[in-house]
Design a protein around this ligand. Structure first.
Ligand SMILES: [Zn+2]
Length: 205
């Protein structure tokens, strides 16, 4: 009889191997939207934030699925009773509260606070290609205080307070603004560039 203490590391190693093979297999897995070692991007940021929030610390949410994120995913999957494969697929996303089938943010009464990834834009043609010069989705002129949101996360017309930005109204939408992304309008292109990309607390009233 083999001791459990030996089996576990072996199992983890074999999963690690599987992860690396899948990483090399690449596209098929990526096409399904699964995240695994080597994945990068906003969805990885969401996964990392969800893991950190749930107490499975994986370091700063930098959008890079590295070894720390992998081991946090493993720990989360094990404790959540999921298949422990280190791959963030539909089941793991759902358990983390991500994905549109089970929204991470359920509306509630009164003020609520979301942690979102905020980028900046302005009214210029570069920022609004191919819609340069057009008003926001709700018809307000594009200026500071207008923000683009995913209406499945924040209802259009919501009054918001955004840490480091100020009061705002959810009055615009954007192709790239999905899930936990938000786009803050600035008066000038330079101010939008200066903002860059930040993780902010957003209060909805
Ligand atoms: Zn601009």
């Amino acid at each position: 009889m083999v001791s459990k203490k030996i089996i576990l590391p072996v199992v983890i190693l074999s999963f690690l191997f599987t992860g690396l093979i899948l990483f090399n297999a690449g596209q098929a897995v990526a096409a399904e939207g699964n995240l695994f070692i080597g994945s990068r991007g906003d969805t990885v940021v969401q996964v990392q934030q969800a893991l950190n929030t749930k107490g499975y610390w994986c370091g700063t949410a930098d959008g890079i699925f590295g070894p720390k994120t992998y081991s946090a995913v493993i720990r989360f999957q094990r404790e959540a009773g999921l298949d422990v494969d280190g791959i963030v697929g539909p089941q793991t996303k759902k358990a983390l509260g991500l994905g549109y089938s089970s929204p991470a943010y359920t509306p509630s009464r009164g003020a609520r606070t979301l942690t979102l990834v905020a980028t900046g834009y302005c009214s210029c043609a570069k920022c609004n290609y191919p819609y340069g010069g057009q008003p926001s989705y709700l018809g307000y002129p594009l200026k500071k205080g207008i923000v683009a949101v995913d209406p499945r996360v924040i209802p259009m017309g919501s009054r918001l307070y955004i840490e480091g930005y100020g009061n705002a109204i959810a009055a615009d939408q954007g192709n790239a603004i999905k899930g936990n992304r938000i786009d803050l309008c600035f008066s000038t292109h330079q101010e939008a560039l200066n903002w860059g990309i930040k993780t902010v607390k957003v209060t909805l009233y």
